[in-house]
Design a protein around this ligand. Sequence first.
Ligand code: ADP
Ligand code: MG
Length: 225
Amino acid sequence: MLKKDVSDLLRKSKKWGWVLEPDAQRIFSLYGFETPKYDVAVHGDQAAAVARRIGYPVVAKIVSPAIVHKSDVQGVVVGIRDDQALIQTLERFRRIDGFVGMLIAEMVRGLELIIGSKNDLQFGPMILVGMGGVGVEIYKDVALRMAPLTLRDADNMLGELTARKLLAGYRGSEPINLAALRKTIMDFSRLMMDLKDVVESVDLNPVMCNATSCLIVDARIMLKK
Ligand code: ADP
Ligand code: MG
């Protein structure tokens, strides 16, 4: 059984065919995943209040049912340092197709990974783990397995990545918290099994992993028709 808040969010998203980022973030935090601090604002004074509560610098992202890939429309601005830059960004976002708000999030650092799932007609949820960020299509450094994963599957997937050395810290970069990454992958696999009747695909890209934790920085949930 899905949590009631989650079924409500999924029901509300049905008309768009996908779950807006703030709602997707909420679903993942309800299931115990770590996310950066965030909130949504529509007006300038509201945006400034959110950013101060989170603490500058912040990231601003367009929230619009018409925009699935936010960077493609310059809908993500990282490293915003003050109210003026924040409000300028909000004014620009207002002119983007379907604007309903601006997500303001804490800036986080770490290695950018992707954790995804696609519902295969024959095999059910197929889990993908790899090197993420906006370059995901360029590296194509990913491993795939059928859900539900075992812990051994999760470890083997990480071991298959060409960039696996980066996880352990490479040339001065700090090693990431592997226990947190494994837990994130296992919890993700379980959640995808729970959601398999309603969800077509999910992309957590990026998941940012550092020495302390793995945070879901962007979540895209596409729903079944
Ligand atoms: P989209 O995938 O829709 O274009 P994302 O939310 O993934 O948008 O943002 C694009 C990129 O911006 C991410 O890959 C990441 O590098 C950066 N970014 C987004 N949110 C944050 C954040 N909270 N902290 C640091 N960097 C971020
Ligand atoms: Mg993304």
